[in-house]
Design a protein around this ligand. Structure first.
Ligand code: SF4
Length: 328
């Protein structure tokens, strides 16, 4: 029986951190067991925001794939490829642009939000407005059945479905309408309590050694009410406790951390020690695996060559069907 197909991608804008691990890679690792997964490096998407300085995109492409491999993604089970090596995506995107109303793109919520939030770059570009349509081409060219997304990305999948419907209605039923595979992600705060992000300088990277993880977690921000060791705290507003929810077994969290914190029975340093006891056995093998893999970047290139060839077989077939249906 042929497996249903899943497609997902990441922009090569930096090394991956714990937020990516629990926000995507853990999920992808499970999906690759059940589905025919296509995971791609979205380097054209990186250009939509980083067009003024693309100098790092190639280097980060390798870094991101190293992180994928270290986190347990398996190129034997899934297909890894680089978007820009498949001009078929660009051609389908161009064809879609002929019949996609501008209003569909202007109403994508992330378009408005990001234009407001990202103030250090001029995003008033054609590429930035069109990137959800490029995403639609990325997905539809593989006839993906599912796209794993967080709730904020659902409008993008909805746009993709609308594009597929419009194409199939105007020409012929060639494209598959994908479904959003809604995934709930745990909250992963950075060491300063804000969302973990490379740009906030608060991230714990998958490449960090145990010493680096310890050095970052020890000074991590806690409940600000605990100024002194004798002050009781509230785990529910403490970013360290958010990380406990990911690493520390529930029984220990509820039996020791919560009562210890709320009664000031334990100090924050003790609490972080418990976190490290559970986090390091998860993070250390990843960073060790990554360090070993990084010694052989040629393997990453071979994996991407192989995956890109596999992807091309599917992409070129769909593009040919789409062109045939459009009569060009
Ligand atoms: S004891 Fe733990 S949960 Fe409580 S405030 Fe300190 S670090 Fe946070």
């Amino acid at each position: 029986m042929t497996r249903k197909r899943v497609l997902s991608g990441m922009r090569p804008t930096g090394r991956l951190h714990m937020g990516h691990l629990f926000g995507a890679l853990d999920n992808w690792r499970q999906l690759q067991e059940q589905y025919d997964c296509f995971f791609f490096i979205a380097d054209w998407h990186a250009l939509t925001t980083d067009y003024a300085d693309p100098s790092q995109i190639r280097a980060f492409t390798v870094e991101v794939v190293l992180d994928w491999l270290a986190a347990g993604l398996d190129p034997q089970q899934a297909t890894f490829f680089v978007q820009s090596r498949l001009p078929e995506h660009a051609e389908l995107h161009l064809l879609f642009s002929m019949f996609t109303p501008l209003a569909w793109l202007e109403r994508v919520p992330t378009y408005k939000e990001q234009r407001e939030q990202i103030t250090d770059k001029d995003l008033g570009t054609y590429g930035f407005l069109g990137y959800p349509l490029l995403q639609a081409a990325d997905i539809l060219i593989y006839k993906a059945h599912y796209v794993p997304v967080g709730v904020d990305q659902v409008p993008h999948v909805e746009l993709t479905r609308e594009v597929a419907r419009r194409f199939n209605f105007l020409y012929r039923a060639v494209l598959v309408e994908p479904e959003a595979l809604l995934t709930e992600f745990p909250k992963i705060p950075g060491t300063d309590g804000r969302k973990m992000s490379k740009s906030y300088d608060n991230a714990i990277f998958l490449s960090d050694t145990p010493e680096q993880v310890i050095a970052k977690l020890k000074p991590m921000i806690t409940d600000p009410a605990r100024k002194r060791r004798s002050d009781p705290g509230n785990p529910e507003i403490c970013p360290v406790y958010d990380l406990h929810k990911v690493f520390t077994p529930q029984a220990e969290r509820e039996g020791a951390i919560v009562p210890g914190c709320t009664s000031a029975g334990i100090g924050c340093l003790d609490c972080k020690q418990v976190l490290l006891k559970h986090a390091l056995p998860v993070l250390t093998p990843i960073s060790e695996r990554r360090a070993e893999l990084a010694r052989h970047p040629e393997r990453v290139h071979a994996i991407l060559d192989d995956g890109t060839a596999r992807a091309r077989r599917v992409a070129s077939e769909t593009l040919a069907e789409a062109k045939e249906a459009m009569g060009i």
